[in-house]
Design a protein around this ligand. Structure first.
Ligand code: SAM
Length: 376
């Protein structure tokens, strides 16, 4: 597609599969820059100039599954396992609340035992109480990312989190190519995660009132551009409120080293094209620029914002465990000091022209439209 044709497609409000495929296929520097700029401008038109921050706390890297791509999978015996103490988690959340982020995001490897469920429940109660004490009358926003759980567990956590207006869950579909999904999620004992179970978990979260986030990895070996178009259509049919997507990066703790990974420059371009194509197809969702993008290239999250993202999840996990949450090789931020978040804030504002939306929950317009919630 040349620049002239691209201009005529970008003038539209809705896009066909062929249009999305053409966006994903772009490699010409000028055409790519034009696509990314359009996505950025539409984000501004729909969402305004605010960039929402969630303080990310990686609470534990214990996991009962063996997802092939992931460096903290159960079968990686090199991983140093840890679980933060409740005090460490609450203090990390306090840091985020005091920085004005308005929301925290808690993530971990997957566990489904009662001890873990009750641990998360207790921590959520404490974060809610702490954030009220810190001056947020309804409690801070909370995003959870603890994988597939039962309806009862999701409901227990929703109640403990306390603020139903800003209650969110991130559960990526990873890919809508079912053959690839099954390959990624089959360990030694056969299939560990199934596509129907993933869809059911997302539906349950939505039923319980969570703002539902999903996403995929971009550039997985064996994934085609047509798969990525189907991913976008799947986000649409799931009626997702939020999306988190980043490049697939090889992990030596994973089980896909032999599958390789895309060349860095091509992966960066494809990731930005995918973020922009998704923004054009789904204008009202909140879309996060992933840490994996920052690992691929320094300043990657800034490039994500310049391609249509409006959410950043700076890592506020205590320093002592950062290096152990190694999802992929050379994960960014494992060495950085808390002050680096201040630098990130300044860099983002200076380079992207966005303003960090402090002391707000920053819920997506998509969720506010469907729930009738006005404030965000
Ligand atoms: N266990 C929960 C789950 O699977 O939803 C939350 C933690 S999981 C480590 C968070 C995300 O990390 C996954 O959804 C996956 O997309 C991403 N991830 C894992 N390994 C990755 C890799 N090698 N490259 C890029 N992203 C990766």
């Amino acid at each position: 597609m040349n620049l002239q044709t691209l201009e005529s497609v970008l003038a539209k409000d809705t896009f066909t599969d062929e249009d999305l495929l053409a966006f994903l296929s772009l490699t010409d520097t000028e055409c790519c820059a034009r696509l990314w700029r359009e996505a950025y401008d539409r984000t501004t038109r729909v969402h305004g100039n605010a960039l929402w921050f969630r303080g990310l706390i990686e609470i534990s890297n214990y996991c009962i599954y063996d997802c092939r791509y992931c460096g903290i999978r159960k079968g990686n015996h090199q991983a140093q396992r840890y679980t933060l103490t409740p005090d460490e988690i609450v203090e990390a959340a306090r840091y985020a609340v005091r920085a004005g982020y308005g929301s925290v995001a808690l993530q971990a490897g997957e566990r489904t035992d009662e001890k873990f469920i009750a641990f998360v429940e207790d921590v959520l109660r404490r974060i809610h109480r702490m954030s009220i004490e810190e001056g947020i009358p309804e409690g801070c926003g909370v995003t959870l990312s603890f994988g597939e759980q039962t309806e009862e567990t999701y409901e227990r956590w929703a109640q403990a989190a306390g603020n139903r207006k800003a209650l969110r869950y991130l559960l990526r579909i990873e890919t809508s190519n079912l053959e690839l999904f099954n390959y990624l999620h089959s360990g030694k004992g056969g299939a560990q995660k199934t596509w129907p179970a993933r869809l059911e978990a997302l539906a349950t979260l939505r039923k319980l009132g969570y703002q539902v986030g999903t996403g995929v990895m971009i550039g997985i070996p064996g994934q085609s551009l047509e798969d990525l178009v189907r991913d976008i259509r799947t986000f649409e049919s799931l009626d997702a409120d939020m999306l988190g997507m980043g490049p697939y990066l090889v992990s030596h703790g994973g089980d896909m080293v032999a599958d390789g990974m895309m060349q860095k420059d091509a992966l960066l371009t494809l990731t930005r094209n995918m973020l922009s194509a998704t923004r054009l197809a789904l204008p009202t969702v909140n879309m996060a620029a992933a840490t994996a993008l920052e690992t691929l290239v320094t300043g990657g999250r800034t490039l994500g914002v310049l391609s249509g993202c409006n959410v950043i999840m700076p890592n506020v996990t205590p320093q002592r465990t950062r290096a152990s949450y190694q999802l992929y090789d050379n994960k960014q931020g494992t060495e950085s000091e808390p002050d680096s978040n201040v630098m990130l804030e300044q860099e983002l504002e200076a380079v992207t022209g966005r303003v960090i939306g402090r002391h707000r929950f920053g819920s997506s317009l998509h969720f506010r439209n469907r729930s009738g919630l006005l404030a965000h």
